[in-house]
Design a protein around this ligand. Structure first.
Ligand SMILES: Cc1cc2nc3c(=O)[nH]c(=O)nc-3n(C[C@H](O)[C@H](O)[C@H](O)COP(=O)(O)OP(=O)(O)OC[C@H]3O[C@@H](n4cnc5c(N)ncnc54)[C@H](O)[C@@H]3O)c2cc1C
Length: 483
């Protein structure tokens, strides 16, 4: 597979034979040992292992110089125009790419057609540290930066949309939100097992009558005399709602109020009384994933399930979406790459009118568009990652990346299907899967129309997406966190 990718000229570095396998990456503290075969040459492997160890020991030493990471504003200047990946980021990219090539892609079409959520692949993600990648090591995660997180999402969605969806809800919308908003006791109880992958988590915001209009939610959490909350209502279209152990659920603690009446709660989906779930059986895509409704019927939540203060739920939901949307955008980059790789391969093989179809200018137009969409989308994602690494609020950049990358991914899947002709219409070719799966990201975590509205209102000066007084252009000056 690596050789095939190299021959398409799509891999960022040339020497595929020198890539470490997942086994080599197991020497990273975050990665658990795996039994799959390593790269052939043992001396090469030893050299790679010692390089990874050197990277890690440097990271472990607080006095050692580090590359820019969270809250490293003052180190951004030299990185501002440096788009090269660090050695550690390359190792992570290699490990996840190998995982997708060796384990995800060989079963992807079959799982999709059988509507099978493949838990063995989620186990593999857990072993690699993917389920807690950007969570600090002190809370059980791998402590990786957001460029690394983007690379992981790109590689994973190149293989399977349902698995990237899990990263979006488990890591992006839930765990990173707990990291930013929960107290230490709550982090210990809920975040740590999520970061290690021992427990899976989802995010319950949408309701049958409240999607884009979050403040219209009807679910209530009414405080009782003993300090507990009684939760009633329904959440719809919740990714991994039936599979997850924990949910971050939003409900009105003050039903008479709009945004300011919303609060955020952790719900233990497997143990709390009065909680039930139901899978959606008939949906356009993400067949290898779980999309469910959550039902709450007098579910009693202890007071310590409240995240943040009462009335802060809307703010927490928007904070969560800044992280979730980032993973959606990064995954969309992987869809574009998958479509580009499949299309260039097919266009170099298939002949019509005595020529390879890649020589026809209409086909070249599709391929050129995909190549441009890949670069543009990835640059927008990396800019958002750069801001996240600096600890700078990035609602505008992340919204822009999500809008542009998800639309580009669907366009790429549409054009890849056209390049494949009737073969694209055949589920077994795998292109139809990308076409169906890339449609939902244009709807969830803010529809394209909502993102266009946000961008226009920001540009018009009616809304400051990165907070009051934040600069319109992050490249000119950096706003402090929470501005
Ligand atoms: C596969 C899938 C997985 C999902 N996973 C989750 C999940 O894990 N957790 C969760 O909470 N939700 C999830 N959702 C729900 C998703 O976030 C909502 O569907 C989305 O927010 C849109 O809401 P809606 O469907 O109610 O559409 P509506 O808000 O009713 O919008 C309908 C149409 O009106 C347009 N529109 C609405 N308001 C405006 C406006 N002000 N200006 C211009 N146009 C507007 C929209 O763009 C859209 O075209 C998922 C959805 C899908 C399809």
């Amino acid at each position: 597979m690596f050789a095939a990718l190299s021959s398409l000229g799509t891999c960022p570095r040339g020497e595929r034979a020198q890539r470490p396998t997942i086994a080599t990456l197991c020497t990273l503290g975050a990665l658990a040992p795996r039994t799959t075969a390593g790269a052939g040459d043992p001396s090469l492997r030893e050299r790679l292992v010692s390089r990874v160890r050197a990277t890690l020991s440097q990271r472990a030493d607080p006095a050692a110089p580090r590359r820019p990471h969270l809250h490293a504003r003052d180190r951004l200047a030299p990185m501002a125009i440096d788009l090269s990946l660090t050695e550690e980021q390359q190792h992570i990219q290699d490990a996840v790419r190998s995982f997708v090539d060796e384990r995800v892609l060989p079963v992807a079409v079959q799982n999709d057609m059988e509507h099978k959520l493949d838990m063995s692949l989620i186990d593999g993600m857990r072993e690699l540290g993917i389920l807690g990648a950007p969570i600090p090591t002190e809370w059980g995660g791998a402590g990786l930066d957001f460029i690394a997180e983007a690379l992981i999402c790109e590689e994973i969605e190149r293989g399977e949309a349902a698995l990237r969806t899990l990263i979006s809800v488990h890591v992006g919308l839930n765990s990173l939100s707990l990291l930013g908003n929960a107290n230490d006791e709550q982090k210990e109880r809920w975040l740590r097992p999520q970061a290690t992958g021992e427990k899976l988590a989802c995010f319950g915001l949408t309701e049958p009558d409240a999607g884009s209009d979050v403040a219209a939610m009807k679910t209530t959490a009414i405080k009782q005399g003993d300090g507990t909350y009684v939760l009633n209502g329904e959440k719809s279209w919740i990714s991994f709602g039936t599979t997850a152990d924990h949910a971050l659920v939003f409900a009105k603690t003050d039903p008479a109020a709009a945004h300011k009446g919303i609060s955020a709660f952790v719900v233990d989906l497997k143990h709390d009384e009065g909680v039930s779930t139901q899978l959606y059986d008939h949906k356009l895509g993400v067949w290898a994933g779980d999309t469910s409704s959550l039902f709450f019927s007098d579910a009693r939540l202890p007071a310590d399930r409240l995240i943040g203060a009462e009335g802060e739920g809307f703010k927490i939901a928007m904070y969560s979406l800044d992280h979730g949307r980032f993973t959606v955008a990064a995954g969309a980059v992987g869809v574009i790459r998958a479509c580009l790789e499949a299309s260039t391969k097919y266009a170099n093989e298939r002949e019509t009118m005595g020529k390879k179809i890649g020589t026809h200018q209409f086909v070249q137009d599709f391929i050129a568009q995909m190549a441009a969409d890949y670069e543009m989308s990835r640059l927008l994602v990396w800019k958002a990652a750069w801001a996240k690494n600096a600890g700078v609020r990035n609602t505008r950049e992340t919204s822009l990346a999500k809008w542009i990358a998800t639309e580009a991914a669907f366009r790429s899947a549409h054009n890849a299907l056209q390049i494949h002709g009737a073969m694209g219409f055949d589920e077994e070719t795998g292109i139809a899967r990308f076409f169906r799966n890339s449609r939902a990201p244009i709807i969830y975590e803010g529809t394209t129309q909502i993102h266009k509205m946000m961008q226009a209102e920001h540009a018009l000066g009616w809304r400051e997406l990165n907070g009051k007084g934040a600069p319109a252009d992050l490249h000119r000056s950096l706003a402090p966190v929470g501005a």
